[in-house]
Ligand binder design. Structure first.
Ligand code: ATP
Ligand code: MG
Length: 409
């Protein structure tokens, strides 16, 4: 059976000195997790990861490589023998293939760790290019070629032209565990992805206020969790029923219309909801041994996201709050959400709970003491405990997704 070899360039973990073995082990393990349902072999040597598979496994491998965190790029290669004739032959195949797709110019880049090969890298590039030039198939352009053909002479010899960008970052599982507050919007899935790229395992929780938020809104969040599990490998989403808590916030505003600072209590309702979410998330984070809580907040993006208001939510958490998007603007966030594939789902029009209960004039620079006093007046802790206990958990495993869509063993 013909075997195909993919080559992936390992990224940042090569900087990790003493820990490098652990990072490498994790990268291999993560890659294998994607590929449980196909026949494949994963090996890692000198900053390169190789995946050998049968042709029927190519789709699964390509899915894995385009979602795997920890590699800077990857390519499908031609393997050839370590002599100049087979190398020239493989390079010619690549050139013909590139020409078919419209390329006019090329360059060759050679790397060799095999030092007893008779030609050095430069000589090898020139020799491999000679036939292409003689036949006038493509023209050399070393600055802006339409195609770069790579020759890597290692324990085997690889020839490839297209390198596809990888997700970079550190392998998931090397950076602890965080609990992501996942809403149906654009920001929080991106926040989760950003932490996954720092090696963090990410679990999710979603506060659902049925029937004020619809089943579609819930489905949307589950779909987002599914998509981010393609990067995070295994994602649980805890769905926490929050209608009673929301009603309690409304009730406070009618029973106690004026807050201690003279503002309308109603203007605090979004913030009070955030505080309740944070309290509940703390219960969950403790239960699942998460080390921090992650949100999709970005400074100044909406009224509730001022530094003062962030301090208020912070005051409700015993866990560190990580806000990976805090300094990013909307355009950058949207760009990432398109790249990871959550954008189209995020912009579906189902309301999230905050919209229906949002005050006309939300407080912009809340004081921690005032917010805490209102929170205490609600006496909501029992309801929060109850909501926490009534949570439902859904699990998304990338290996199931690959098996269903690309599996072949
Ligand atoms: P997003 O695009 O992530 O929805 P947003 O710009 O709409 O964010 P907010 O609605 O102010 O901002 O929410 C700020 C953060 O609070 C969200 O990024 C998310 O982490 C969390 N959050 C908000 N609503 C919910 C919810 N219903 N369930 C879980 N987390 C939520
Ligand atoms: Mg939102």
């Amino acid at each position: 059976m013909e075997m195909i070899t993919y080559l992936a360039k390992v990224g940042e973990l090569t900087l990790k000195g003493g820990n490098i073995r652990e990072f490498e082990r994790r990268l291999i393990q993560n890659t294998q997790l994607y590929l449980e349902s196909i026949k494949s072999k994963v090996t890692l040597r000198a900053g390169r990861m190789y995946i050998d598979c049968e042709p029927s496994g190519c789709e699964a491998v390509e899915f894995a490589l385009s979602h795997l965190i920890g590699i800077t790029g990857w390519a499908k290669t031609r393997i050839c023998e370590k002599n100049i004739d087979s190398i020239k032959d493989a390079v010619m195949q690549e050139a013909l293939f590139a020409k078919e797709r419209g390329a006019k110019t090329f360059k060759i880049e050679s790397r060799r760790s095999e030092k007893n090969f008779p030609l050095n890298s430069y000589e090898l590039s020139c020799e491999a290019a000679s036939d292409i030039c003689e036949q006038d198939l493509l023209k050399v352009d070393v600055h802006k070629p339409d195609v770069t053909i790579n020759i890597e002479l290692r324990e085997r010899c690889f020839v490839y032209s297209d390198t596809i960008k990888g997700c970079r970052g550190l392998p998931v599982g090397t950076g602890g565990k965080g609990l992501l507050l996942l809403s149906g919007g654009i920001d929080s899935p991106v926040a989760g992805y950003r932490m996954m790229r720092r090696g963090m395992k990410v679990e999710c929780c979603y506060f659902h206020a049925y029937p004020y938020t619809s089943d579609e809104a819930r489905k949307k969040v589950e779909d987002l969790a599914q998509i981010i599990s393609h990067y995070g490998l295994e994602t649980h989403v805890n769905i926490i029923p929050f209608t009673d808590v929301q009603m309690k916030i409304k009730k406070l505003a009618s029973e106690m219309p004026e807050a201690p600072d003279g503002l309308k209590t109603e203007s605090y309702s979004t913030l009070l909801l955030r505080m309740c979410m944070m309290k509940t998330a703390n219960l969950l984070a403790k239960q699942i041994h998460s080390q921090c809580i992650i949100t999709g907040e970005s400074l100044g993006q909406v009224a509730s996201q001022t530094v003062e208001n962030m301090e208020v939510t912070e005051s409700c958490s015993d866990f560190s709050l990580l806000r990976p998007l805090v300094g990013m603007d909307k355009e950058e966030i949207v760009e990432t959400s398109k790249f990871i594939g959550t954008y189209e789902t995020s912009i579906l029009p189902y309301e999230d709970c905050c919209v229906l209960f949002s005050p006309k004039h939300p407080v912009i620079r809340a004081k921690v003491e005032v917010a805490q006093e209102l929170y205490k007046a609600m006496q909501v802790d029992d309801l929060i405990q109850e909501a926490f206990e009534k949570r439902e958990v859904k699990q998304f495993l990338v290996r199931d997704f690959v098996e269903e869509n690309y599996g072949s063993k």
